[in-house]
Every structure is written in structure tokens, then in C-alpha cells.
Write a protein that binds this ligand. Structure first.
Ligand code: 5GP
Ligand code: MN
Length: 327
């Protein structure tokens, strides 16, 4: 039996399902979780989505977003599906809380760094989004996508591929996306809501962070602090998207956005052009992700964290240049 079939089998045997995903949930985390929730509910199974952090404002348009909760949704579920999360730490305390009871853990993910923490593990790094894996699961569950399922899953495709712009956007993904549009997913609305939707406070925060833009050896980075967030009326989450924006700078091979969290720790979001590997950089600091997009959280102080991460990035750029320059 393939691991995909093992997941379908475990869900067929379930009585009540709890669906979890990672901290700071993005469109793939929320979209794949709600897509699976609607699919299971169409089979008259009990299913709930619990996340360690609230659904971000740009994803509240998703059908079912208002039903997402936290620990209070942990009940007598016999199956716990963890989506888009490479490790239990990526889910945080909610994972320990949800799995402290007898329940079967199903791990469905596309991170190459996944540590296979489930009783059933289906890991496919070739999929640009976990939402695509959930789409592939539907026929095995005997579900055809309705507009709600299609909207949730297509949102995962759009956000994890940065609007179908990443090099892992395969013909198969575009084909599956077309099928979801046919099933009733409003592509233009999804792109506008999930992807091209920022608050004024967020852009004010970026404006402040960009004042201290640094560039060395093909690496671009910025820092944002609690004081900047206070001045902008922004939250910690408003720094998300900044690293992707920094990598649009033509001269940059890699980008880093450092956020000084309210608790003093330093969160770094990393992006790289094809051929470079920031997942390897993040892994050195206890984080993870994909070669072109990764992240980690370090202890302060800020200057030390910046020095460590930027020198690891410089080493990556130098390694890559050495490989390319070989005859
Ligand atoms: P972002 O920079 O958008 O927060 O994250 C980029 C990618 O790296 C996402 O796939 C995200 O799940 C992953 N990622 C970010 N931070 C961490 C981390 O601390 N640990 C792990 N394992 N993955 C992370
Ligand atoms: Mn994902």
C-alpha cells in the first residue's frame, strides 16, 4: 500500500478527526486544513481544524475560517492529521496537547526536512503545496471537490507558489489548478484576497524596515523591531512577505528579513533564487523549510543573530559560485 493509500485508509477508519498545522499558518496550512475538513465533513465524518495561531487577515475569506480554533477543539478525536509541518516543534505546544491522548497521528507534508513523526507519514517534496496532496487524496476518499473544497485548496497552490511564480510550478499543478477552477474556485478573487492584500500598518512597517536595508555579496537583508511595529501600528506577523519582496531586488541572490520578536528572540525569514539553498542555512539554526524559502528562530541579541545568519548565507553563495565556476 502506498503512503497516500495508507492516509486514505486511516481516514476511512476514523470516527472523529482533528486537523492541525504549523505556527504562523500560511495559505497552504489553512487552505489544505480547511479543504480536508470540508472533504471529510462531506463524508459525514466529524472534523475540526485547530491551529496554534489565529488565521491571518488575508485568509479569513476562506470558507470555514471562522470555525478554526485552538486547544479548545481538542476532544475525543481518534485521528489527528498534521499538515504542512516538518516537525512537532513546527506545530508547537498544540501538538503535544492534541496527541497526549490515544490518537493516530497522520503526517502529510511536502518539506524535504520532515522528520516523519506520524504513525502514518506521507511526505512528497515534489509537490509545491500540501493542498495538492489533499487534492490527490480526494478520489481515494471518494469525494469530488465542491466550490468550498476547491477554494481552500487552490488558495494553498496560490500562496505556496507565490502566485504560480516559483520554479516548482509544474504542468501538473497548473492542470490541477484548472480543475479546481472548473470545480468553482474563484482564482482572481483568491489571488486578490490571499496574495495581493496588505494593511496600511504592514506597509508602514515595511517602510521602516527598508530604511535600514543592507546589501553585501549578493545578500540583502532588513531588520524590524518592536519599536518599529509600535510606530506603524503593526504586529509581528506583518513582517511576513518582506523577505519575498526583498528577493525581487535584481542584484540579490538571497534575502533575509529579521524580526525582533516581543519576547526578544529573533525570527528570520529566508528566501533564495533557484540553485541556492536557504533550508540548509535555516537548519543550522534549528529551523527548516524548502531550498528557496526557509526560516528559523534564534536567541538574541540581534547583532549576533544577524552576523551568524548572514555569514552562513555568504558561505552558501560562495559554495554555489565555486560549483558553477567549475569547468
Ligand atoms: P516563512 O519565511 O514564510 O515564515 O517560512 C518559509 C518556509 O520555511 C515555510 O515552508 C515554513 O514552513 C518554513 N519554516 C519557517 N520557519 C521555520 C522553522 O522555524 N522551522 C521549520 N522546520 N520550518 C520553518
Ligand atoms: Mn506548504
Amino acid at each position: 500500500m502506498s503512503s497516500q493509500q495508507a492516509v486514505a485508509e486511516a481516514l476511512h477508519q476514523a470516527r472523529s478527526v482533528l486537523i492541525l498545522s504549523h505556527t504562523n499558518p500560511d495559505g497552504d496550512a489553512v487552505g489544505s486544513a480547511l479543504g480536508l475538513m470540508w472533504a471529510l465533513r462531506s463524508l459525514r465524518l466529524r472534523a475540526h481544524v485547530a491551529l496554534p495561531d489565529p488565521v491571518p487577515a488575508n485568509l479569513t475569506f476562506l470558507p470555514g475560517a471562522n470555525s478554526v480554533g485552538g486547544q479548545e477543539l481538542v476532544d475525543d478525536q481518534d485521528v489527528c492529521v498534521v499538515l504542512d509541518s516538518s516537525s512537532p516543534q513546527h506545530v508547537g505546544d498544540l501538538f503535544e496537547y492534541a496527541t497526549a491522548r490515544e490518537c493516530r497521528v497522520i503526517n502529510v507534508d511536502h518539506h524535504v526536512t520532515n522528520v516523519r513523526f506520524g504513525h502514518v507519514n506521507w511526505i512528497n517534496p515534489a509537490c509545491p503545496a500540501v493542498a495538492q496532496m489533499i487534492y490527490w487524496l480526494l478520489p481515494l476518499l471518494g469525494v469530488s471537490p465542491d466550490p468550498k473544497i476547491a477554494t481552500c485548496l487552490l488558495t494553498g497552490f496560490v500562496t505556496d507558489t507565490n502566485g504560480f511564480s516559483t520554479p516548482n510550478t509544474t504542468p501538473r499543478l497548473l492542470h490541477d489548478a484548472a480543475e479546481l477552477v472548473t470545480a468553482g474556485a474563484p482564482l482572481a478573487d483568491i489571488i486578490r484576497e490571499a496574495h495581493l492584500n496588505r494593511s496600511l500598518a504592514q506597509v508602514r512597517l515595511w517602510a521602516q524596515a527598508l530604511q535600514s536595508l543592507c546589501f553585501e555579496d549578493g545578500i540583502v537583508w532588513t531588520v524590524n523591531t518592536p519599536a518599529m511595529r509600535r510606530a506603524a501600528g503593526a504586529t509581528e506577523r506583518d513582517s511576513s512577505g518582506l523577505s519575498t519582496f526583498l528577493l525581487t531586488i535584481r542584484e540579490a541572490h538571497m534575502a533575509a528579513s529579521f524580526t525582533v520578536l516581543d519576547d526578544g528572540r529573533i525570527r528570520v525569514s529566508l528566501r533564495a533564487r533557484p540553485g541556492y539553498d536557504v533550508a540548509a542555512v535555516a537548519a543550522r539554526f534549528g529551523g527548516g523549510g524548502h531550498p528557496p524559502a526557509a526560516g528559523a528562530t534564534l536567541d538574541g541579541p540581534l547583532d549576533e543573530a544577524v552576523t551568524l545568519v548572514i555569514s552562513a548565507m555568504k558561505a552558501q553563495v560562495a559554495d554555489y559560485s565555486a560549483t558553477v565556476e567549475q569547468p
